[in-house]
Design a protein around this ligand. Structure first.
Ligand SMILES: NC(=O)c1ccc[n+]([C@@H]2O[C@H](COP(=O)([O-])OP(=O)(O)OC[C@H]3O[C@@H](n4cnc5c(N)ncnc54)[C@H](OP(=O)(O)O)[C@@H]3O)[C@@H](O)[C@H]2O)c1
Length: 244
């Protein structure tokens, strides 16, 4: 008996990293998952790795037409959603003084605006008693140089969660934020050089970054009834980085 038997989960940005590790875990626990990403090749590879009970839907989580296509596909194939894990996010580093409109818009378009419309567009398909969670970041409560715009775009998610869970309480839908610390995933290769990676790693008490699988177990907790009384929290999964 799996923890997610018969459940339908939608995971944006699920073709890589933490969300892919979570999608694998959800399927092992009995769920059917829809994963998204912009690159068809990465999506196909992820679908192959997951192996069963998965549909890949190509799309940009910041694009409202793509989100409509995603939820049309979910409606056609399964007709309902129990779990929404809005994980697609982006985050380049630029210090104050060098911030551009493009830098600001890219972060807020996907991390804040895209996440909002992902949740809103999923709602008509949502079963009562479902679980929504969004990927934040411990950056939202730390002052990492260069990451103020990223941090602000992720900080919006807890404010969303608080309002939405109150609006959705009649349907018993929970809304939480899963905020990772330093996790070794492909996004880090894009945004960090080796020196920056070493610096961030040194902030983790155990001296080693987290692994995507260490986020997947927490995603499973938030997705399942194990977290039935957890609502409106930002759960920091960072090995203690934000505590010290
Ligand atoms: N790694 C960390 O240390 C860390 C720490 C805190 C928070 N986070 C957050 O965790 C989330 C996932 O990060 P990760 O480290 O697991 O990254 P990752 O391995 O690079 O995976 C990112 C995934 O998101 C997809 N994606 C990116 N932009 C998208 C968009 N606009 N629409 C749909 N899908 C999109 C990517 O596929 P395509 O490129 O094909 O679209 C890929 O599947 C992000 O929200 C990130 O901000 C990461």
């Amino acid at each position: 008996m799996g923890k997610l038997d018969g459940k339908v989960a939608v995971i944006t940005g699920g073709s890589s990293g933490m969300a892919l590790a979570s999608a694998k875990r959800f399927v092992e626990e009995g769920a059917y998952v829809f994963i998204t990403g912009r690159r068809q090749e990465a999506l196909d590879e992820a679908v192959k790795q997951i192996g069963r009970n998965v549909t890949g839907v190509r799309g940009d989580a910041a694009n409202l037409d793509d989100l409509d296509r995603l939820f049309d596909t979910v409606k056609r194939e399964k007709g309902k959603i129990d779990i929404l894990y809005a994980s697609a996010g982006t985050g380049e580093a630029l210090p104050l003084g060098q911030i551009t409109e493009q830098h600001f818009d890219a972060a807020f378009d996907l991390n804040a605006r895209g996440t909002l419309f992902t949740v809103q567009k999923a709602l008509p398909l949502f079963n009562d008693g479902g679980s929504i969670f969004m990927t934040g970041s411990i950056a939202s409560i730390k002052g990492f140089p260069g990451f103020s715009v990223y941090a602000a775009s992720k900080a919006a998610l807890l404010a969303f969660a608080r309002g939405w869970l109150n609006e959705l309480k009649g349907r018993n839908i929970r809304v939480n934020v899963l905020s990772p610390g330093q996790i070794a995933t492909p996004i880090q290769e894009q945004v960090f050089d080796e020196e920056t990676k070493r610096q961030f790693e040194s902030l983790v008490p155990r001296g080693k970054m987290g692994r995507p699988e260490e986020i997947a177990t927490v995603a499973l907790f938030l997705a399942s009834d194990d977290s039935s009384f957890v609502n409106g929290v930002e759960l920091y999964v960072d090995g203690g980085t934000s505590a010290i």
